[in-house]
Ligand binder design. Structure first.
Ligand code: SF4
Length: 462
């Protein structure tokens, strides 16, 4: 099927990583501001089937080891092809292009990050035309409702700019469509297992109020995809009994997660970052990260390049968040989920959010309760946790009520807690080393108190 392509193409190459030192070129990625991929539905007579166009320099003309702007426009037509399908067909760009040996595609929409390996380049993969040929074949074979398709790669920044602006408007219109619909209005959710090549136990659960982590698939998109290809990677999940409305636990979702994760994930709580949180692959648009010192959440989007308030960058926390695991306090999220009324609902929603980048806060301000907006700190207000604590106290952020409640509970509990016991050995006596091997310790509460030096009669210290 791919005889004309100079490298291998197949499932076996999905999930391959191309490290910086091994890359011939990078297309898009963190250092390129304007980049996009988009699928648009056209009328049959608007498409010349099989056309691949390249506007701007091709791979062989790009400087080695450097990042280049990129736009990918895929136009499709067919009797049964509807605009509802644009989002799901678009997500297949990620899947299909990753089949190409030495070609790594990450993220989606305005966030794409592509690398081509030196090895594949040396084998002859020196033109975007090859990438287009693979995509043409796979789209038509895997999604037969597509009768006509044409692909344009844009690498000239002057050409990218207007198309990028138009693409942003299209994404926003798609996202806005699912707003207003609630989980209670539907009997089915949708699951997506497209990212299992990167995180084998991860499945996205897409509900009207929880957009996919990658920000590319809404509940409407899920419905359209499951309708045209019910056995494909996007499938219907009958909700089943609601087991916990606040946390967002449904019998049908648990059952589906169990099956699709091969028994690794047995329960999913859709609207909390604790307990049994929704898993994260690696494509999430942002991370909600717990800050124990203030009992609140920080939010960081992928586009934020600086360190966050806890001293960690997005990329560092992404390692802790990704991989299809359920990790307390590191939670992959999409931008659209942050606009949902159910956003981290069981944890307090925005009343628990204490820090986010200024740009994100301004962008989402209309979805944050008006009284909380001024109390959420940004990089312009604070630079570390101590400053954050002071800021939150000064602004009477809702989390400060939790601090007062926690302090009162600690005081009540203190007299009943045995601080430490180690037989007859006074633990603070100098000269002893206490080693606990293979110990399993559980504690109701841990209290750390400063040790004050004993004062002997006459004022001498031990
Ligand atoms: S992040 Fe989720 S919805 Fe998006 S492609 Fe991956 S599995 Fe599918």
């Amino acid at each position: 099927m791919f005889e004309s392509i100079p490298v291998e193409v197949g499932l076996v190459h999905e999930g391959e990583r191309v490290r910086k030192q091994d890359m011939q070129v990078e297309l898009g990625g963190p250092s390129v501001l304007e980049k996009f991929e988009i699928v648009r539905v056209r009328k049959m007579d608007e498409i010349i089937d099989g056309t691949i166009e390249i506007t701007g320099p091709d791979i062989s003309e790009m400087p080695e080891g450097k990042a280049t702007p990129i736009g990918i426009l895929v136009e499709i037509a067919g009797e049964k092809v509807e605009p509802d399908l644009e989002g799901v067909v678009e997500r297949r760009i990620h899947e299909y292009s990753n089949y190409i040996e030495g070609f790594m595609h990450l993220n989606q929409r305005y966030d794409i990050w592509i690398r081509l390996s030196k090895k594949s380049y040396k084998k002859g993969l020196n033109s975007l035309r090859y990438i287009g040929l693979v995509m043409l074949d796979l789209f038509k074979n895997e999604l037969p409702i597509i009768e006509k398709i044409q692909i344009t790669f844009i690498t000239d920044p002057r050409e990218i700019q207007p198309l990028y602006a138009e693409a942003l408007k299209t994404y926003e219109a798609r996202d806005a469509r699912a707003r207003g619909l609630s989980d209670d209005d539907v009997s089915e959710f949708y699951g997506c297992a497209l990212c299992q090549s990167f995180a084998p136990t991860h499945v996205c659960v897409i509900t009207p109020q929880r957009y996919a982590n990658c920000g590319a698939i809404s509940w409407f998109d899920g419905r359209a995809a499951a309708g045209i290809d019910p056995k494909g990677p996007i499938y219907a999940i009958p909700k089943g009994e609601c087991l916990d409305a606040e946390k967002g636990e449904y019998a049908g979702v648990n059952e589906s997660a169990k099956q699709r994760s091969m028994g690794e994930v047995n329960r999913v709580w859709l609207y909390t970052a604790f307990g049994y949180p929704h898993t994260s692959c690696g494509c999430f648009e942002g991370i909600a990260f717990y800050i124990p010192e203030v009992d609140g959440f920080g939010i960081v989007l992928r586009s934020y390049r600086d360190l966050t308030v806890n001293g960690l960058a997005f990329s560092t926390m992404a390692d802790s968040t990704a991989g299809g695991r359920q990790i307390d306090g590191f939670h992959g999220i999409s931008l659209e989920y942050m606009r949902s009324k159910k956003f981290l609902d069981a944890d307090g929603g925005y009343r628990r959010v204490v820090w986010m980048p200024k740009e994100s806060k301004e962008r989402l301000a209309e979805f944050i309760p008006a009284d909380v907006v001024p109390a959420i700190a940004t990089e312009s207000d604070v630079h570390n946790i101590d400053e954050l604590k002071n800021f939150l106290a000064e602004k009477h952020h809702p989390v400060t009520e939790r601090w007062a409640a926690d302090a009162a509970a600690a005081e009540d509990a203190a007299p009943q807690v045995q601080v430490f016991s180690a037989g007859d050995i006074p633990i603070t006596t100098p000269g002893f080393r206490i080693i606990l091997k293979n110990a399993k310790i559980t504690a109701e509460k841990v209290i750390i108190q400063p040790i004050r030096p004993h004062t002997k009669p006459g004022g001498e210290h031990n």
